[in-house]
Design a protein around this ligand. Structure first.
Ligand code: PBG
Length: 324
């Protein structure tokens, strides 16, 4: 006991601190979300996400090459769909020449080893801004899952390595997995947004894709943020249905959930540091109220410490530059 034991001995200087440090991060930990738009020569900053951009395909190529040189080896693609192509059936999502399909091919062309994860959900394609087909104000579950399975096949055909269903319909992992098997895509992975909460922290993302719900909210499909055990049930179901990687989302307010999921299951666990978390740090840093790099690094280490194997983060590029 004290004074024989003095915990501060191991904190005396950075050399000893780094020697006993339990958690480190490397570029291998990150999945980089990317927003893609139609057009040429476009790199549009997202108003509520400073220093984060939507890229047209030509500039996406350059960004992919840059990420690869930084050691980042996995991207998560989202597309911004023009209003005139949105409907209530996800028609454009299945267009073999749609923006997502072309984006996947673009990445694989410039960088065949870059892992491509694709967002599978209807909201960017939905005239209602919902993650499923809408009927009388209800988001239909099974009908939506069928479209998501078709969408997943379309992404696999274009060359996606992993499909990432972010919708929270029940049973969609099983529906998608069976469809992929039937079509021969036996090696296409599924990263499931398993414990995805109905969160106010998604606001800036919905600006980025112009995908905010036109009526109501997403609480009939995304989880109630007051719940903990439900996260285990959701995750277990997705693993049983064939998910290769599971996810907890958002990140920082849900580190408890992340740790529990990691302790409970032995599949890789991803966490998503969502747009609102990014925006908070950026805004406070702009005001001079928080140190940008320090808070960014601390938040990222916290994910890893809490059990994340994979961190999807808009900070990925900045972090890798900082730690290299
Ligand atoms: C929608 C989707 C959302 C995010 C990823 N996919 C928003 C939502 O559910 O409304 C949020 C990501 C972020 O905020 O960074 N399928």
């Amino acid at each position: 006991m004290y004074p024989l034991i003095r915990n501060r001995r191991l904190r005396t200087n950075e050399s000893i601190r780094s020697l006993v440090r339990e958690t480190t991060i490397t570029p291998n930990d990150f999945l980089v979300p990317l927003f893609v738009v139609e057009g040429k020569g476009i790199q549009q900053e997202i108003a509520s996400m400073p220093n984060y951009y939507r890229f047209s395909l030509d500039l996406l190529e350059k960004e992919i090459k840059l990420l690869w040189t930084l050691g980042l080896k996995a991207v998560l693609l989202f597309v911004k769909v023009p209003d005139n192509l949105k409907d209530n059936a996800g028609t454009e999502a299945l267009n073999p020449d749609g923006l997502m399909q072309r984006a996947i091919k673009t990445v694989k062309n410039v960088c065949p080893d870059m892992l491509v994860f694709t967002d599978v959900a209807l909201d960017p394609y939905s005239a209602y801004g919902h993650d499923g087909i809408v009927e009388n104000g209800i988001i239909l579950n099974d009908e939506t899952a069928e479209v998501l399975a078709e969408m997943s096949i379309a992404h696999a055909q274009a060359g996606a390595d992993f499909v990432a269903p972010s919708d929270m319909m029940d049973g969609r992992i099983g529906t998608i997995r069976e469809a992929l098997e039937d079509e021969g895509f036996i090696d296409t992975g599924i990263m499931s947004y398993s414990a995805k909460y109905a969160s106010a922290f998604y606001g800036p993302f919905r600006d980025a894709l112009d995908s905010a719900p036109g009526f109501g909210d997403k609480k009939t499909y995304q989880m109630d943020y007051a719940n903990r055990f439900e996260a285990i049930r959701e995750t277990e179901m997705d693993i049983n249905e064939g998910a290769d990687i599971v996810m907890v989302k958002p990140g920082m307010p849900y580190l408890d959930i992340l740790r529990e999921v990691k302790n409970e299951f032995d599949v890789p666990v991803a966490v998503y540091q969502v747009s609102g978390e990014y925006a908070m740090i950026k805004a406070a840093a702009e005001k001079g109220w928080l140190n940008h790099d320090e808070t960014m690094l601390e938040s990222t280490i916290a994910f890893k410490r809490a059990g994340a194997d994979i961190i999807a983060s808009y900070f990925a590029k900045d972090i890798v530059k900082l730690i290299s």
